[in-house]
Design a protein around this ligand. Sequence first.
Ligand code: SF4
Ligand code: SF4
Length: 213
Amino acid sequence: MSFDIIKGLATTFKNIGKKPTTISYPEEERELPARFRGRHVLHRYENDLERCVGCFLCAGACPADAIYIEAEENTEEHRVSPGERYAKVFDVNLLRCIFCGYCEAACPTGAITLEHEYKLAAFYPEDLVYHKEQLLEPVGQATVGSSAVWFDPPPSEAAQPMPQSLHVFDGSQASAAAVGLGNIPTDEPVLLKDVEQDEDRRKFQHHEDREGV
Ligand code: SF4
Ligand code: SF4
């Protein structure tokens, strides 16, 4: 018997009797963290009006260009949302979506949140473009969704290492991911070139030089 087989068997015997780290999905499911971001939900107010006012802020904030909206004017005869407009068409392309939650953060009315639905398989790609009819809460079942768990500040380990203590943003201490560069290291501080815009920074550095920091 080769040494490799003995080594393999040793690993097997070492782990016999240990509790498995896997679960038998789909019979068993893991409990998800409160801030887990799954499929989007469009919310209503208690009086069943839709929260979405068709402002396009979520679509503008989306880094993956995954949201498509067509807005329509509300009229007194046909009022869908409390605002001037409502979303007549609201599509989220879940094949493009990276579940970053920027749309949720950008929404001024709490109309869109990312909830705990993650079973998102389909045979055809077009089935993963979710339409308003699939995303919207049913009448009489208004909730605020996961917005509630974002009211508290995030845990410190989740915060981006932004150089707020220096009172000026130069990009050099921000994580590469935070400035959209993936894991590419920044070689030099990103300084503003415009003289007027750079004034605060020069004042700050002058103060630092005098203090001998
Ligand atoms: S979660 Fe991110 S990628 Fe997905 S639709 Fe919202 S903003 Fe776009
Ligand atoms: S979901 Fe929110 S941000 Fe997006 S269009 Fe509707 S109101 Fe505006």
